[in-house]
Design a protein around this ligand. Structure first.
Ligand code: C2O
Ligand code: CU
Ligand code: CU
Length: 502
């Protein structure tokens, strides 16, 4: 059905080239016939140089999501390069072992460029991981999950409808590693699958249909202290989870289907099920991939009891205990905002200036005050006028965004317009201190067991009615580092800000 995908004129990836000049030959692995970028395999301590050549007819820049790199190499949209230009990235891999991704980060163009293929998987290994003897080689596989839509000529279709901007883009075909109807032929032993949500806005609730629990050994860019087993695992855009899938004891011929199980509560509206514009609504149930056991083998590595222990941070480890930096999520006149503000390339608020080396307590919450708050609103609008970005592709989506009626009206007072936002912070990974849910929502019950908050994270799904407190170090590099919603339509609509580390 989508066999022309890799070569079709609608995909950008053919014209994207990344070349690495240092490191082992195995650093770059191209998946055959795939519209995703090549897999980059790094090891901690490696010094990397990447040449990025923009052969598109619009500006672009690549961000290494999960890697802790200097500002210049972080893919901040200020570094977007024009068609025909080249950008050289240089960084040392400081990260510990884990799974990351890279993708386009050109402001206002991120969602569509990622959609059309400007994304790929990154793995990092280190000596701690190598001591663990985890499944490797053919038993360590990517599981990059994306939803896409195709037109009658089987070309990627990215629709700019108003509701799709607010809800985010939802496709009706699920691709795994760039292919629909993904099937893995596996041996009867344990595997490591590096699940990456590379979708623009779709959230997955990964689980086996028969209720067999799932075991995670890593979240975002890091291995966990010890494996965690859950009935299902939530995976929001930008998040990763390293799964330990054990097929030992399974007979040849058995087939297991990994689903995204039904859930609700992530979208605005009474039932929390969102507007059903799409054939595959957010929270719908569908198959993600099939695993067929094709060979019986005698032995399998055992799941380690402990992985990579690390210190859990507490309020006392931060320099602002009890006075968290705010990340207020709001929706105002159909525009999603952070702390009442839209992204502006050259703007940093007072609370976004952070001293190099500090460790901050940060609170991410749904802000029901902000939309009506005049000060914040005016500041946001002023910033938008000064926004130096040119070449905005978006058709002007919010004609009624001209003061007066705050978006909160639609919220009917109880935050009914809140949606789930996957919030991502660039730079170093953070720890999740706690989640507070304002009241027990029925819908929350369908997702709550699927969060793995014990490890290092760089993206966290904040549900409606929920606030999340995190602890984040700001070490090593000065400069501007973004934080934003990883619903890519929201990001392009301006739900992005930056810290100035100084
Ligand atoms: Cu994955 Cu700032 O992005
Ligand atoms: Cu990132
Ligand atoms: Cu969002």
């Amino acid at each position: 059905r989508v066999s022309v995908l890799a070569n079709g004129p609608a995909t950008l990836v053919q014209r994207y080239s990344a070349k690495l000049i240092k490191g082992p030959v195995q650093t770059v692995v191209q998946l055959p016939g795939n519209y995703l970028g090549p897999i980059l395999n790094f090891r901690q301590g490696q010094k990397v140089r990447v040449f990025f050549k923009n052969e598109l007819n619009e500006s672009s820049i690549i961000h290494w999501h999960g890697l802790h790199v200097p500002q210049h190499s972080d893919g901040h949209p200020m570094y977007s390069i024009e068609p025909g230009a080249r950008f050289v990235y240089e960084f040392e891999v400081l990260n510990r072992a884990g799974t990351s991704l890279y993708h386009s980060h050109s402001h206002n163009l991120t969602a569509e460029q990622v959609y059309r293929g400007l994304a790929g998987l990154i793995t990092v290994t280190d000596s701690d991981e190598q001591r663990l003897d985890l499944p490797a080689g053919e038993f360590d596989l990517p599981l990059v999950i994306q939803d896409r839509s195709f037109d009658s000529k089987n070309q990627l279709q990215y629709v700019h409808m108003m509701h799709q901007r607010m809800e985010g883009f939802l496709g009706d075909i699920i691709l795994v590693n760039g292919k629909p109807d993904a099937e893995f032929r596996v041996k009867s032993r344990a595997y490591r699958f590096r699940a990456v949500n590379g979708s623009n806005s779709r959230i997955y609730k990964l689980g086996w249909d028969d209720g067999t629990p799932l075991t995670a050994i890593g979240t975002d860019a890091c291995l966990l202290a010890k494996p965690e087993t859950r009935p299902y695992i939530m995976l929001a855009p930008g998040e990763r989870v390293d799964l330990w899938l054990d097929f030992s004891g399974r007979e040849v011929g058995s087939r297991l289907v990994m689903y995204s199980l039904p859930f609700s509560g992530t979208q605005p509206g009474m039932g929390g099920k969102g507007m059903r514009h799409n054939r595959l609504p957010q929270g719908g149930k569908f198959a993600v991939a099939t695993f067929s056991v094709t060979e019986k083998v005698g032995d399998s590595p055992a799941l380690p009891e402990s992985l990579v222990p690390f210190q859990r941070l507490s309020q006392a480890d931060t320099d602002n205990p009890g006075k968290p930096l705010p990340i207020g999520l709001s929706m105002q006149a159909m525009r999603p905002l952070l702390n009442g503000k839209s992204f502006a390339m050259d703007k940093v608020a007072d609370f976004e200036r952070v001293a190099l080396g500090s460790v901050k307590n940060i609170r991410i919450f749904h802000d029901h005050e902000m939309p009506g708050g005049k000060g914040a609103r005016h500041e946001a609008n002023a910033e938008n006028h000064e926004n130096p970005m040119r070449g905005m592709r978006m058709k002007k989506p919010m004609d009624h965004d001209n003061g007066g009626s705050g978006g909160h009206k639609m919220g009917m007072g109880g935050g009914m317009m809140d949606m789930a936002h996957p919030i991502h912070l660039h730079g170093q990974q953070f720890q999740i201190l706690r989640r507070v849910t304002d009241k027990v929502r029925d819908s929350y019950a369908s997702v709550r067991e699927g969060f793995i908050d014990s490890g290092w994270k760089d993206t966290v799904l904040v549900m409606p009615g929920e606030e999340v407190e995190i602890i984040k170090p700001f070490q090593d590099y000065k400069g501007l580092f973004l934080y934003h919603c990883h619903n890519l339509e929201h990001e392009d609509l301006g739900m992005m800000r930056q810290y100035l580390i100084e």
